[in-house]
Design a protein around this ligand. Sequence first.
Ligand code: IPM
Ligand code: MG
Length: 353
Amino acid sequence: MKIALLPGDGIGPEILREAVRILEALRSDGLKIETEEAPVGGAAYDAAGDPLPPSTLALAKSADAVLFGAVGGPRYDTLPRDKRPEKAILGLRKECDFFANLRPATVFPELADASTLKPEVVSGLDIMIVRELTGDIYFGQPRGITGEKGSRVGFNTMHYTEPQIRRILHVGFRTARQRGRRLTSVDKMNVLETTQLWRDIAEEIAPEYPDVELTHILVDNCAMQLVRNPRQFDVLVTGNMFGDILSDEASMLTGSIGMLPSASLDANGKGLYEPIHGSAPDIAGKGVANPLAQILSMAMMFRYTFGLADVAGRVEGAVRKALASGLRTADIAAKGAKPCTTAEMGTAVLKAL
Ligand code: IPM
Ligand code: MG
């Protein structure tokens, strides 16, 4: 198992370090793991003038899986767009064709109180957001800002091809099949043609999955339903932009964005694994970030790329145990309770493992 480690910026290196400690433990336990690290994002821009240097991209392509921290920071926000850290993650997704993004939102029983929503609304929550990652308004052409000050125009293009829509919908149906067999496709067909096509194709594919119940929902209503009654959902499938927004919203149901892992898969099961949160520059370097989304992303790597559900389960079980011990980083700590550090949380997971 060759794993590329891309720590990135902000809290990325701190949280990835904790995941790597667990990898090391699994290696000494007999798993054949090989790792290689490379700079990405702002760190790569600083080192090489390029947020996604060719050597980093080559490593990602040659590895079986990529374990990714986070990228970005205010220091880089004024750079030209193609030099910004975000370009690295978008480039990796596109270049490696990691089109299928799985973002589970599960509420750990220990954390039902951590959400800003009432425990009776979120407890037992278990939904999966399947987000398309290589198309949509993120990549559509033309795009840009033109004109003179006073009459400038900004424009982006929402764009999806039928093959792009089909393959992500198939991932949605297959994912639903392995879970509660209910698939909700999210669109904005009342306004946007691109998503009318999305809905039409979903209807065309549905007969291939007679065991899965397909429903459609408009994205604005979906955003509302997620906070009104999130447990009505099993699997949500949607485009790049809507998925970005809805997955951040869903993270808050679980108590903290610091808890949510993700997998981004290509057609062969190779994948990039990253927390859905960002680089959190405000707390970077303080040793207080929550490493659990990163550790849980690594667990997803064992499940989806390496087919080692038992190892994934062990890591997830260890996270549960660490939480059950009462340990909480600041983002999930109860008011007035003393939060633990990034490393203390990592150590607790390691011990539980
Ligand atoms: C995410 C992030 C990225 C996205 C950013 C960092 C480009 O918000 O993975 O959700 O918009 O996809
Ligand atoms: Mg996002």
